[in-house]
Design a binder for this molecule. Sequence first.
Ligand SMILES: Cc1ncc(COP(=O)(O)O)c(C=O)c1O
Length: 477
Amino acid sequence: MSDLLKKAYDPENFRDQAHRLVDLIADHLEASSSQTDKIVLPWMDPDKRFLKWQKDLGEDFDFEPFWKDTINETIHIHHPKYLGHQVCASLPLSGLGEMLNGTLNNGSAIYEMGPVSTAMERAVIEWLTGAMGFNKEASGVLTSGGSLGNLTALLAARQHQSGYDHWTQGKTDGFHPAIMVSEESHYSVSRAVQIMGWGEKGVIKVPTDKDHKLDVSKLEEVYRNAEQQGFKVMVLVGNACSTSTGSYDPLDKMADFSEKYGLWFHIDGAHGGAAAITPKYKHLTSGIERADSMVIDFHKMLGISALTTAVIFKDGKRSYETFNQKASYLLNNEEREPWFNSATRTMECTKNMMGVKVYSILRTYGPQIFIDYFTECYDLGKVLASLISQSADFELPYQPESNIVCYRYIRSDKSDVELNQLNADIRKKLIESGKFYVVQTTIDNKTYLRSAMMNPFTSETDMEELILEIRMYGQSG
Ligand SMILES: Cc1ncc(COP(=O)(O)O)c(C=O)c1O
């Protein structure tokens, strides 16, 4: 037996490594949250960074410096001045779930390969559907990410709505299926449609209103035009909420429309669908329980480490249609695959023990932890918006409904085009300084800075400092 293998598998060696690594992670969490570490993203040019790590690969292995550099040199999502993309400041316990996942390595494609995570997965899905107000027929699966989740749900919709066995026969001549979705939808929705082979034309965009929500008054006209052009509209997709501006589509009215025309109603709730479980923000998702399918990312607004996405079906039987030859209404219970073989319902064969991560959080802290995380982050969106609107040299293009806030620095001596450049420059300087991390987006051809408030420990003082920093770059730019 190789000495190297013996050492690598030695439980005492692992115990020592794990303790040392957990200490480093805890030190990092402490330094980030207390801001003794001032840097959110230690900026380095990508090519330079690649060369550094390529060289490092040839060095003698030294446990602690290597892990320390890995932690120090990367982006620090748990830093209160991280105000960027929609990845949660994960609950540390969820990271320990990852460690268990990685060391037990239960593939979980079929029951025997992950019996506990399979059972936990069902328990957490049933908890979630209940908490969101779905009836007891609802169920679903966990999968790796909202993009895969949207594809999984749309495949089930396709099989159910086509009127023939689409999975086996493929797209038939003269059949032009399509979905309708707001022009603000996440690209993963149109990507899913194009993966299904419906082309760009298969994604029919519905205009949005001044609040960036799907304009329901346009639905009828867009639908009729599409049908007249020979499309079979099968699915209507709602945003809960949209990525760019965090706006919630009018889900109840969209559910009415879907019922009227027999459409499958899918909700992309990757970011904000979980509002439905919070007393304070559930009004935003009114009608969500009427969706035929929806996705919710636990790794966005529920504090679980990436990737962990719930794909929910109002009628749980539909989830068997995604990769099945027959529509579920044609199958009796004996013919249908058993619930506990997850691979029959997800793209993934081998998959992570996602259920364990969610279950461990529910089991340790109870559902209130999700409500607190979500609510506090959404509240912070309101605080930032209020500070921005009190600053005369800033523009707030809309009142945020969620924790996604867009804003820009303005100067009367600059045109709109110049302001676009100025704000892009401000962001570049801001992130290169390492002190804050924000992103940018375009709304109505204008460049805005964009912050998703993902860390409940971000304070009003952090936001005031952000405004000062932006102003400093804005005035000198
Ligand atoms: C609304 C929405 N849907 C889907 C996705 C994709 O989710 P994931 O990154 O988990 O694949 C995102 C990601 O930001 C999103 O905002």
